[in-house]
Design a protein around this ligand. Structure first.
Ligand code: ATP
Length: 751
């Protein structure tokens, strides 16, 4: 058997079982496959990795990394084992899928599921059937069938490329978890940052101290709930005591309200502190995306203005509580072409308290950078919904930190302290004498203030979250018992494809208010009359209906664009997939064609007035961030040679700050974007829409998980509609859960 490079410098697999195969033979041409031999030599393994790469099972990066490991080992006089090569590629593959590491025990127990290989949907339709069939006999599971954990450990521990982290090796093995060094370091920096903060003594620890009494007094003024346990108050107390805290809660459970009260209480403590001589804390608010930052910007102002500041101790003023929310990248000082930030250990942020909203979207890389940039004694408070999808990139930091949030596990000492400060006894079910340090810093909000008891959105989200979807809720939704939820094609278990796709487009245009109870009219929630459910006709009609001209003030154009952008936010189609007729690509195209047929847009391709776009990469020059949404307008701002007004297209983006202004950008300057009639659920994280329509495909795929469905449903503020390609897919998706391999929770337990 030999390794041979072809003209593209690619290594081809000589399977050695065919006399004709002495020449480089692409895999499709070999007849029989000796699987056991594939891990016998480096050449065989490397060639196989290359075949997986060609089939797009793994990325070129994964093969490149594995090769690098071999080259480094060879340079040091070592003959790397084929198993190391394979494990290196698979570890890198897992990072690409959001895992921080690979758990070897899981890999050996069930390689197919652990790696999602072969992929459910082959990425390359160019792969001939015979080639695909042959590759299917060379799955990682086949290769690893006779490999034991001990084999892996022996191979890894004997390699110069692997260490326990104490040496600067590219791979790190921690018990059964194999990491790319970079990701092991991220996890270590996060764990160190958390544990170091949890170990700091709190000036509030003694409930009889003056500081703790001030806190208790402030909380007494800020929270006056008649409930036996006010979980918001409890969360405030807990987060005030710790230099690191997490507040998790579902939609509308009052995360923003709680954090605003917390900041006011902390400023009251600062104001009364003799050591601080009245000096208030420097507080910063941040969110992982521009959209999430803008949303918090919107809600925080109102919450701050409602604070009973004159009743608080410590002379707290309005300006002591910030209302400006920035993106984490801006806060940390991102620089083009490097993942290193301006603020780091050598140049820390000038901040005493940092609050990060939508923390479920923060990956390990960014979270490690946050800890690097924070002064050692600065307080970090993470807010988010633990049940939402994890970050797009590797890690599930918030989810891991909140693994035990439901039962709290407060140590008796913590429970006594909480009761002394809040005046409410902590329920016995939340007390655990074996509670760990991390448990003492996590609070869960348990009551939704946005959704009423009988809200369908709330019931559906809860049912999905607790995997109880086969129960009465599905029937209630099918029978349209709720005011706020409709399942448009629930009567068809397996609806016809074209008909369903057209139904989605008609729904996208009109919002189908008539399908909701009382045609979506007259709903009042929390004493507020809700706008009815709409579709995209709403923003397009508003866009075309303006009395503006070339002479109009630019402020009037800005106000018009702001209104249209807000109206666009009233409806959004969310998809699970990117590709295919059920994915964003297919649906964007189809919806545009329907809008064109209805004469709501002038064309369905390229740039046109009305085209909504989603920015898909950060553009620091234009000040646009991944996830920003803009709408294309026809504006009469250019001049002809004769000085007459000439129409031109400009894309209006919200300015992203608290001014509510508009940035007008010429389409030609925009590099990374896509049309956004349909958006993936992943991209919708951090956003909310008045009416959300979730589209589920006609086949189950690994991306369809409980977290995805929950995130999709909870993007709906007031109205939720569902269209399924197969009714069963909804139920089956809820049975699939995202489990990301990582060692963070264990690291926090270990010490
Ligand atoms: N303790 C409370 N009593 C009454 N209303 C409340 C309380 N807490 C929050 N609310 C109201 O509930 C709504 C949602 O609150 P808030 O925005 O703080 O929740 P959130 O968890 O941050 O929401 P989101 O899911 O949008 O992030 C707001 O209208 C708020 O005024």
């Amino acid at each position: 058997m030999s390794r041979t490079r072809n003209t593209d410098n690619q290594i081809t697999l000589d399977l050695g079982d065919d006399p004709a195969a002495t020449a480089p033979a692409p895999i499709a041409e070999s007849r029989a496959v000796d699987k056991s031999g594939l891990l016998a030599s480096l050449e065989q393994t490397e060639a196989l990795l290359q075949q997986w790469q060609l089939a797009e099972w793994i990325r070129p990066l994964d093969v490149g990394f594995a090769r690098l490991i071999c080259e480094l080992s060879e340079e040091q006089g070592e003959s790397p084992s084929p198993l190391i090569l394979l494990l290196a590629a698979l570890t890198s593959h897992q990072v690409g899928r959001g895992h921080v590491c690979i758990d070897l025990a899981n890999l050996l127990a069930d390689a197919g599921n652990t790696l999602s290989l072969p992929p459910e949907e082959p990425a390359r339709d160019t792969l001939t059937q015979s080639k695909a069939a042959e590759l299917n006999q060379l799955k990682p599971g086949d290769l690893l069938a006779r490999v034991t954990l001990a084999d892996c450990q022996v191979a890894l521990s004997g390699s110069l490329a692997v260490s326990d982290g104490s040496l600067t090796t590219p791979l790190v093995l921690n018990e059964t978890r194999l990491y790319l060094r970079r990701f092991w370091r991220y996890e270590q920096r996060i764990a160190d940052g958390i544990l170091q903060r949890l170990a700091l003594p709190s000036p509030l620890a003694d409930p009889d101290s003056a500081a703790a009494q001030t806190l208790a007094k402030a909380l007494g003024q800020l929270f006056q709930s008649p409930e036996p346990v006010d979980y918001q108050k409890l969360a405030c107390a807990l987060a005030a005591r710790n230099r690191f805290a997490v507040i998790t809660g579902g939609p509308g459970t009052g995360k923003t309200t709680t954090v605003v009260n917390l900041l006011a209480a902390l400023q009251a403590v600062a104001g009364e502190s003799p050591q601080r001589a009245g000096r208030k804390y420097r507080i910063r608010l941040a969110a992982p995306t521009g959209k999430a930052a803008a949303r918090l910007n919107e809600s925080i102002g109102g919450a701050v203005s409602r604070l009973p500041l004159d009743q608080l101790p410590g002379k707290v003023h309005l300006e002591d509580i910030p209302t400006r929310v920035t993106t984490l990248h801006r806060l940390l000082g991102s620089r083009p072409d490097t993942r290193k930030f301006r603020h780091n250990r050598d140049n820390p942020l000038l901040v005493d308290i940092l609050v990060i909203d939508e923390a479920s979207m923060v990956d390990v890389d960014l979270m490690a950078s946050v800890f690097d940039a924070l002064p050692a004694n600065a307080q970090l408070i993470l807010l988010g919904d633990k049940d939402q999808l994890a970050s797009v990139d590797a890690g599930a930091v918030l989810g891991e930190l909140c693994q035990r949030a439901l039962d709290a596990h407060y140590a008796p000492d913590t429970a006594r302290w909480l009761a002394a400060i809040t005046g409410d006894p902590v329920p016995d079910t939340l007390i655990d004498p074996n509670g760990q340090p991390m448990d003492q810093a996590v609070a869960m909000l348990r009551k939704s203030y946005r959704f009423e008891e009988d809200s369908g959105i709330r019931k559906l989200a809860e049912a999905v979250n607790t995997s109880a979807l086969d129960s009465a809720v599905l029937r209630q939704i099918r029978e349209a018992e709720f005011e706020d939820v409709i399942w448009l094609n629930s009567q068809h278990a397996k609806p016809e494809l074209e008909q369903t796709l057209d139904q989605i487009c008609r729904h996208a245009i009109n919002g189908t208010p008539e399908a909701f109870r009382n045609a979506g009219q007259g709903r009042v929630v929390n004493d507020k009359a809700l706008p009815p459910p709409v579709g995209y006709r709403h923003y397009l009609a508003m866009m075309h209906n303006h009395g503006l001209s070339a002479d109009s003030d630019r402020d009037d154009w800005d106000a018009h664009a702001a209104q249209v952008l807000e109206a666009f936010n009233d409806f959004q189609i969310l998809c699970a997939l990117r590709k295919g007729p059920w994915g964003v690509e297919g649906l964007n195209d189809r919806v545009a064609r329907h809008l064109l047929a209805e004469k709501l847009i002038p064309r369905a391709e390229g740039w046109y007035a009305g085209r909504p776009v989603l920015v898909t990469g950060n553009d620091y020059n234009l000040g646009l961030m991944n996830g920003d949404i803009g709408i294309t307008f026809r504006v009469p701002w250019d001049k002809t040679e004769n000085g007459e007004a000439r129409d031109t297209l400009r894309v209006a983006f919200p300015s992203g700050d608290s001014t509510g202004g508009i940035r007008w950008i010429s389409p030609s300057r925009l590099q990374q974007l896509e049309t956004v009639y349909a958006m993936t659920v992943h991209k919708s994280q951090g956003s909310e829409f008045n009416h959300t329509c979730l589209v589920l495909p006609d086949r189950l795929s690994p991306v369809l998980t409980k977290e995805l469905i929950y995130t999709g449903i909870t993007r709906a503020k007031n109205w939720f509609s569902l269209i399924t390609g197969d009714a069963q897919v909804l139920k089956d998706s809820v049975g699939q859960q995202v489990v990301r391999a990582s060692g963070l929770a264990l690291r926090l337990e270990e010490r």
